[in-house]
Structure formats: C-alpha cells, structure tokens
Design a binder for this molecule. Structure first.
Ligand SMILES: C[S@@+](CC[C@H](N)C(=O)[O-])C[C@H]1O[C@@H](n2cnc3c(N)ncnc32)[C@H](O)[C@@H]1O
Length: 250
C-alpha cells in the first residue's frame, strides 16, 4: 500500500465520495447568512475550495460579482479546473499560510468563505489565529468572513467509528473514520484502489468546541456577529454538530 498526501488520489473521486452532501442547500444557506447580516457577497474569495462544487453553485447566486477559489491541494484544483470550465470563477493553488495582503490600492474582498471542515484541518489554535489575521488583511473594511467548523458532537453522534465504500470511475474507495474524545482528533483513512495499486490517505482533523473557537476569534482583528447551529439561524449551543461563524472586519 502506498501512503500519499491527503487530497491527492482522493481528488479524482472526491465528488462521488461526497455525494451525500447537499451543496445546493449549503450555497442557499450561505446566501441566507449574507442576507441576515445585510451583506451582499460581492467579490468573493473561497478558501479550501476543493474541487469547486460550492463555487459552481454560489457563483450563480444574486449579488456575487467575482469569485476566486483556492485550495492547498494541486490535485483538487486540477479537478476543479477540469470540470468547472464554464464556471465563472478563478481557481488557483494557495494554502491558508500563503494568503497575503492585497496590493496597496486594491479594495479587498467583500466576502471570504471557508466551508466544510477546512478549519478543522488546523490542528493548533495558533494556526487559526494566523488564518484570522491573514483573512483580515485580504478583506475590505466591513467585509465578512463566513466559515464553518465541525464539533466534537458531530464526531460523537455520527462518526465515532464508521466505514463505507464505493466505486468512482476506475477507483474503488474504502473510508474508515474514528474519533478520539481524549485528543479531540478525528481520523479518516481512505484506501483508494486504482489500476492495481492501493493508495492510502490519512486525514487528521481537530474537533474544536464552539466556545474554543469563540475564544480564539475574540482577540483577533475580526468581530463576531453570529455563531449559528447547523444550517439554521439559531445560536449554536453544546448540541450543535456544525457551527457557521459570521465575523466582520470592522
Ligand atoms: C473536506 S474538504 C472541503 C472542500 C470544499 N470546501 C467542499 O466543500 O467540498 C477540505 C479542503 O480543505 C483543504 N485544506 C486543508 N488544509 C488547507 C490549508 N492549510 N490551506 C488550504 N486548503 C486546505 C483541503 O485541500 C480540502 O480541499
């Protein structure tokens, strides 16, 4: 078995592996969040965009004037470029750590997005501090950063241990997932069989609680406007499995 980087071989079958995710609902919900905060999406930067499924839907919504979608994985971006030729978005490889302040004179993004667990890949709180600081440098004053996090409740309720498998074109995938409440680390291992070779990807995510993320955001340059439970406009609580944060650059 060959160990490979997360989101390398998986990129090719990612959309099939994530077929259970309702991205239409997600795009609609993010638009609701913008409306709720009296904000037009305008020019958007999506971080951790993966294969661009969300981008392909959100770019169609009212109020989006331009869209840049970036991800650290060259393989995910290669798939995004291949399948989204008709999507009005600019895809590029860029990690959170490579996010730089806009050149002097540029206006900055109206909206920065980071959706579906991208934050959970940051294993230390210092990396989240850094991300918030970097996002602040690329947002215009008054711009919004909307991001989600998966919580320990999500792993405990749904994914403390599960295994599934399936086919995607020439790839057979097996996904095994487990959660360690002591370390709050959620591990997902993929076995991806292609052309007689089995590739293995190990994905580690930290499951922060809502209060832990709140404490990290508070001293950052961004101001919390809401932390919402799941795909609702109800405030997040200890039962929330996913939280959408809306934070604004003053
Ligand atoms: C679960 S996928 C979600 C992808 C996409 N947002 C979606 O909804 O399908 C998480 C994504 O975060 C990206 N990612 C993880 N750590 C990153 C980092 N430090 N910088 C940029 N992207 C990162 C991964 O490459 C992967 O594409």
């Amino acid at each position: 078995m060959a160990s490979v980087n997360p989101y390398s071989v998986l990129a090719e079958c990612y959309d099939d592996v994530m077929a259970h995710v309702d991205y239409d609902e997600w795009a609609w919900f993010v638009q609701q969040l913008c409306d709720h905060h009296d904000h037009a999406p305008g020019n958007v930067l999506e971080l951790g965009c993966g294969t661009g499924i969300f981008a392909s839907l959100f770019t169609l919504l009212d109020g989006v004037t331009s869209y840049r979608a970036v991800d650290a994985s060259p393989d995910m971006i290669a798939v995004a470029l291949k399948k989204n030729a008709r999507v009005d978005a600019d895809f590029a490889v860029q990690s959170f750590a490579e996010l730089k302040s806009d050149p002097p004179g540029s206006r900055g993004y109206d909206t920065v997005l980071l959706l579906y667990d991208g934050l959970n890949y940051l294993m230390e709180s210092e990396a989240i501090d850094e991300l918030l600081a970097r996002v602040s440098t690329v947002l215009r004053p008054g711009g919004l950063f909307i991001f989600d996090q998966s919580t320990p409740a999500n792993s405990l309720n749904n994914e403390s241990f599960f295994e599934d498998s399936g086919f995607s074109g020439p790839i057979r995938f097996i996904r095994k997932s487990s959660y360690d409440p002591e370390t709050a680390i959620h591990t997902t291992e993929f076995e991806l069989a292609k052309n007689g070779v089995v590739y293995k990807e190990k994905h580690l995510q930290r499951c922060y609680s809502g209060p832990q993320i709140q404490v990290i955001i508070e001293p950052s340059p961004l101001k919390i406007e809401g932390g919402y439970s799941g795909f609702s406009l109800e405030p997040a609580d200890t039962e929330s499995e996913r939280i959408h944060w809306v934070v604004r650059k003053p």
